[in-house]
Design a binder for this molecule. Structure first.
Ligand SMILES: [Fe+2]
Length: 200
């Protein structure tokens, strides 16, 4: 499994490095992970028993020519990512934790330990609403497979494979999937990558 994850990290860095050549805010954010030194592995990648596993086969099927290579590297790793969902429970949406979550590879609590940068993948099942939320970290998303109706600061757009989306610190965002699950790469950077995201 270590080789699968190492290959996934390399492909992700290659993917982000291409975008980092463009000198804009997204490029600067992409560069942070693209050129970072990966620490020694200090945790484990074990087969996940998350309810999200039921989505993974379909989740990787809706990519694009740009995301194909990275999806190929990601697919064998998907069952072994440390999938989690750790928001406060919501009475109005009690099943959210079985519909969406993220598997973090690098970060303060991830198998590759880093206190200043996070890198992982977010998965949303079909017809799933990830409600409005915010966090101190600056977040970069790249959609790899599937489409979602994406809202940032009240502005809504349909987003699909190959698109980069930047969420500045403390800016409110939400996503809604419809007929396809969505799989996206994310990074977190900034002064505080430890404070968890919260619903607003
Ligand atoms: Fe976020």
């Amino acid at each position: 499994m270590k080789n699968v994850i190492q290959n996934l990290i390399e492909e992700s860095q290659k993917f982000l490095f291409k975008r980092a050549k463009i000198d804009d805010k997204i490029g600067l954010e992409a560069a942070k992970f693209a050129v970072c030194d990966i620490p020694k592995l200090s945790g484990k990648f074990e087969k996940s028993n998350s309810p999200l596993i039921r989505w993974i086969k379909e989740a990787a099927k809706h990519g694009s020519p740009e995301t194909k290579d990275l999806l190929n590297a990601l697919e064998p790793a998907l069952p072994y990512l440390p999938w989690k969902y750790n928001y406060e429970p919501r009475e109005d949406m009690p099943d959210l934790g079985s519909q969406m979550g993220w598997g973090e590879i690098l970060g303060p609590e991830a198998p590759y330990h880093d206190d200043h940068l996070c890198f992982g993948f977010t998965l949303l099942g079909k017809n799933t609403f990830y409600p409005s939320h915010l966090h101190p970290a600056t977040e970069l998303y790249v959609i790899l497979s599937g489409h979602a109706i994406w809202t940032l600061d009240g502005h809504t757009q349909i987003r699909g494979p190959g698109e980069f989306i930047l969420h500045p610190s403390e800016h409110v965002h939400s996503m809604q999937t419809e007929q396809e699950p969505m799989l996206a790469l994310y990074t977190w950077s900034g002064k505080d990558v430890k404070t968890l995201s919260k619903y607003v």
